[in-house]
Design a binder for this molecule. Structure first.
Ligand SMILES: Nc1ncnc2c1ncn2[C@@H]1O[C@H](COP(=O)(O)OP(=O)(O)OP(=O)(O)O)[C@@H](O)[C@H]1O
Ligand SMILES: [Mg+2]
Length: 333
């Protein structure tokens, strides 16, 4: 019986009259009951879930095992229920086993959302490529300047598609752990300035001031420099994209316990409280119309890279005031 106590699957034995003869702790948790309350009680009162009661009835009537996946809404659980008639061993009694399959269900939902998002993202550039080539074929070929403009547009769409595929490949490589990190001890300031240099011109062109604010005496962190620079570049890129001309972007780093916390702060459009918890999801864009270019993968990639470094990434924002993205990296020691 000690085995039943330890088992993560819920186990219940019901006699011929439908009274509970045994219930293990896992089953008590799933159905929100205790051994005292459940023992000798009717299965209808204990399970309170008609599909599972039907399952038991069918097993009893047919003498054959029955299997069904059901949702337990009160506990937000998905369980696979199985009713096994005990036949000769305990005539009329039924063994019921409940396996928690919630995590499998959640993965399925994530995968479904992902596929619907990616189809959406592919549809837009493909539709415009289709329209561009059709127009080119129908008329624009006779008008060389127009034709050239169409070709430029086609090239832009193809570039966007290739970038998206490249980002997806990168993301799946990081997620499957196929990107070995080359960890080194680096100064926080080096990571910040390297990334800032790459985007300084772009920031200036957008009329933004780029400031690095990093105490020189910070200890080194353990990081794969090109990968971490990519994270900072992603954050900076967003800050530039979502801050109107005249704004300011500040890059900083400070020591906190046994890690260095980096931040990229802007005084741009900000993110609404509803969107804030979701921006690190793949393909999530707060305002599709305003976000325009971009696939919504930048932050998902950044999150994976930071987590691969045993760090954390998070954001704070007030709409109309600005946003600050933070990430932490462990000290090199
Ligand atoms: N600094 C910021 N200010 C306001 N909104 C932001 C900021 N950074 C991110 N966001 C919001 O979070 C969303 C997700 O950002 P993310 O970088 O993942 O995607 P993206 O920039 O839209 O596309 P990509 O990075 O793939 O080119 C953005 O579309 C935007 O709505
Ligand atoms: Mg981005």
């Amino acid at each position: 019986m000690a085995v039943l106590e330890q088992l993560s699957d819920g186990v219940l034995i019901v006699d011929e009259q439908g009274l509970v003869q045994l219930i293990n702790p896992a089953a008590q948790r799933i159905f929100g009951t205790t051994e005292d309350k459940a023992m000798g009680q009717s299965i209808v009162k204990v399970l309170r879930q008609y599909q599972l009661i039907e399952l038991w009835k069918q097993a009893r009537e047919t003498g054959e095992s029955q299997l069904i996946p059901v949702e337990i809404p009160t506990k937000r659980l998905f369980v696979q229920g199985e009713a096994i008639p005990l036949g000769e061993t305990l005539p009329g009694s039924t063994l019921m086993v409940f396996q928690d399959i919630s995590h499998v269900r959640r993965l399925e939902t994530v995968r479904r959302d992902f596929i619907s998002n990616i189809s959406h993202e592919l549809r837009t550039p493909l539709a415009s490529l289709k329209a561009l080539t059709e127009t080119l074929q129908e008329s624009a070929l006779d008008d060389p300047p127009a034709a050239r403009r169409f070709l430029t547009n086609i090239e832009t769409e193809v570039d966007a598609l290739s970038l998206m595929v490249q980002e997806l490949v990168e993301l799946s490589r990081i997620e499957s752990g196929k990107v070995p990190l080359q960890l080194k001890s680096v100064l926080p300031e080096e990571l910040l300035s390297e990334a800032a240099e790459r985007l300084r011109l772009q920031a200036e062109r957008s009329g933004l001031r780029l400031i690095i604010d990093c105490p020189p005496e910070l200890p080194t962190v353990l990081a794969d420099p090109p990968r971490m620079e990519q994270v900072i570049v992603n954050l900076l890129h967003n800050a530039i994209k979502f801050t109107p001309s005249g704004g300011e972007i500040r890059l900083s780093a400070l020591l906190e316990d046994d890690s260095v916390v980096f931040s990229v702060s802007d005084n741009g459009v900000g993110i609404s409280p509803e969107d804030l918890p979701r921006i690190f999801e793949r393909f999530y864009k707060a305002d599709r119309a305003r976000s325009g270019g971009g696939t919504g993968l930048g932050l998902a990639i950044s999150r994976h890279l930071v987590e691969a470094h045993s760090g954390k990434i998070w954001a704070e924002s007030t709409e109309g005031i600005g946003s600050t993205f933070y990430f932490s990296l462990p000290l090199a020691q």
